[in-house]
Design a binder for this molecule. Structure first.
Ligand code: GAL
Length: 465
């Protein structure tokens, strides 16, 4: 390392020592320092810190040296997400509480930007990254959103050191690690597992109309015909466009089955095939049962319609349950659930994870945040409220409600496939082309054009030859 590289480190070390001398002791802000050798090499040599050394006790000096972040400070951590309401904010708050207990001297700056599925937040994040104004950590989905977007752009630091230090490879599911890794490097800390293919329903309404929970697409169509004949115009509540994409991915899975569905994303199945046409026709039919004001509604609004009994069904990820519970609704009374018809035995998953950007302004504090996000205490505080199951396999099952316990069992036993809308199977550029095609389809209702736009989306983004 050239001598000129030491200067910022030395200044940082001096600054941290002055803080320590002022009573903000490192002992109260225990940062587990990465155990890799690079870090050790980059720690500033002692002789260059001499002027301030007398200001701290030997014990404090050792602590500071051991906990000194490679770059950036420990005073504050800015964490970026899209968890601002409907069960999500409460989940985040619960995890912040664990963080603040463990790191009382680090100010938590909640930089959440409202909007389901991160539609607004991710645009804000992209602008910030472009301007060189990265938050200390941000929410990113495991899978192609992470690997094919942020890692591909060289925006993230590998986190292998933290996995080793925290023993996370022993507790994070084997299915998940490849979704957050490239070339042996692990790039994020998954905080949860969500299920996308859930059909939520109002049990009282089903009973009133004499309808059973459907298990196949045909049963579902028949049930919705019955509801419409009984006077319910729109038995399936839908929200803004990303919720249509969410519904779409579950119908692709229901119509094609997991192997053909996976093949669409790994290039072994052709988007122009008759099985895709059938799936698109099923999707078109499903949309005919939805409310006409969908584009103006959030996912919470669509959930609320079911709870209010104005629609029987809604397809949404299991964060919907966090919202239902926040409303005070009770499982099997206010709402019930099943896999989206035709997808039983398949768990269409996504995982929220947090990253360490290259050049995080407060790197040490960001590592502290990631340590909590990956911890059992952090995950068991966050997930029961958020409406997700812990990414870790050692969560305390007794803390989770009836739905989440069933999700834990399904996650462990089902066939696992990835979500499109929530970043697993397609990178941002492919997903954005699909989104454009979806927008047109919602306006035109033209299946043939939709299919050819989907074929083009795959080709344009290099995923299909
Ligand atoms: C997903 C995210 C979930 C939940 C949902 C609705 O993309 O993974 O945690 O926030 O959006 O906002």
């Amino acid at each position: 390392m050239k001598k000129t590289h030491y200067l910022p480190l030395v200044l940082l070390l001096l600054f941290a020592m002055i803080l320590a001398a002022c009573g903000s002791s490192g002992a109260e802000t225990p940062v587990e320092e990465p155990a890799d050798t690079d870090t050790v090499e980059e720690t500033a040599p002692e002789e260059e810190t001499a002027p301030e050394e007398e200001a701290v006790t030997e014990e404090e000096a050792v602590t500071e040296e051991e906990t000194m972040p490679e770059e950036g400070g420990m005073e504050a951590v800015e964490v970026f997400s899209w968890w601002t309401g409907g069960g999500e904010a409460a989940g985040l708050e619960a995890m912040i509480e664990v963080f603040s207990e463990k790191y009382p001297n680090i100010e938590f700056i909640n930089a959440a930007v409202a909007g389901g599925a991160g539609t607004n937040a991710r645009a804000v994040l992209a602008t910030r990254l472009q301007a060189g104004d990265a938050p200390d950590s941000w929410q990113g989905h495991a899978g192609q959103e992470l690997i094919g977007t942020y890692v591909a752009a060289g925006q993230l630091e590998p986190l292998n050191f933290l996995y080793e230090e925290q023993g996370w490879l022993d507790v994070m599911p084997e299915t998940l690690i490849p979704q957050i890794s490239q070339d042996g490097n692990i790039y994020s800390v998954p905080v949860n597992i969500h299920r996308a293919n859930v059909l939520w329903a109002n049990p009282a309404i089903l009973e009133e109309y004499g309808v059973e929970m459907p298990t196949t697409l045909d049963e579902w169509f028949t049930a919705m015909d019955t509801l419409q004949e009984g006077g319910m115009d729109a038995p399936l509540a839908l929200g803004e466009q990303w919720t249509a994409m969410h519904l779409f991915e579950t119908i692709l899975l229901a119509s094609m089955g997991p192997d053909a569905y996976n093949g669409l994303w790994d290039g072994s199945n052709d988007w122009s095939g008759a099985d895709v046409t059938q799936a698109l026709e099923n999707f078109q039919k499903i949309l005919s049962y939805t409310n006409s004001d969908a584009s103006a509604l959030s996912w919470q609004d669509a959930g609320q319609i079911v709870i209010d009994g104005d629609a029987a069904f809604n397809v949404m990820g299991d964060w919907q349950e966090g919202f239902f519970r926040e409303l005070g609704s009770v499982p099997q009374e206010g709402y019930t659930w099943a896999p989206v018809p035709g997808t039983d035995g398949n768990f269409q998953f996504l995982s929220d994870s947090f990253v360490l950007p290259v050049g995080a302004p407060n790197r040490g504090a960001a590592v502290a945040w990631l340590t909590v996000a990956g911890s059992q205490a952090g995950q068991d505080a966050f997930n029961p409220v958020k409406g997700s199951i812990p990414a870790r396999s050692d969560g305390d099952v007794s803390l989770y409600g009836e739905y989440l316990q069933s999700a834990m069992a399904d996650w462990a036993s089902n066939n696992v496939v990835g979500s499109l809308t929530h970043g697993v199977v397609a990178n941002d550029s492919w997903k954005s082309e699909i989104d454009t095609a979806m927008g047109l389809f919602l306006g035109t209702d033209d299946v043939a054009s939709f299919q050819s736009a989907l074929v083009d989306a795959c080709a344009n983004t290099g995923a299909c030859q």
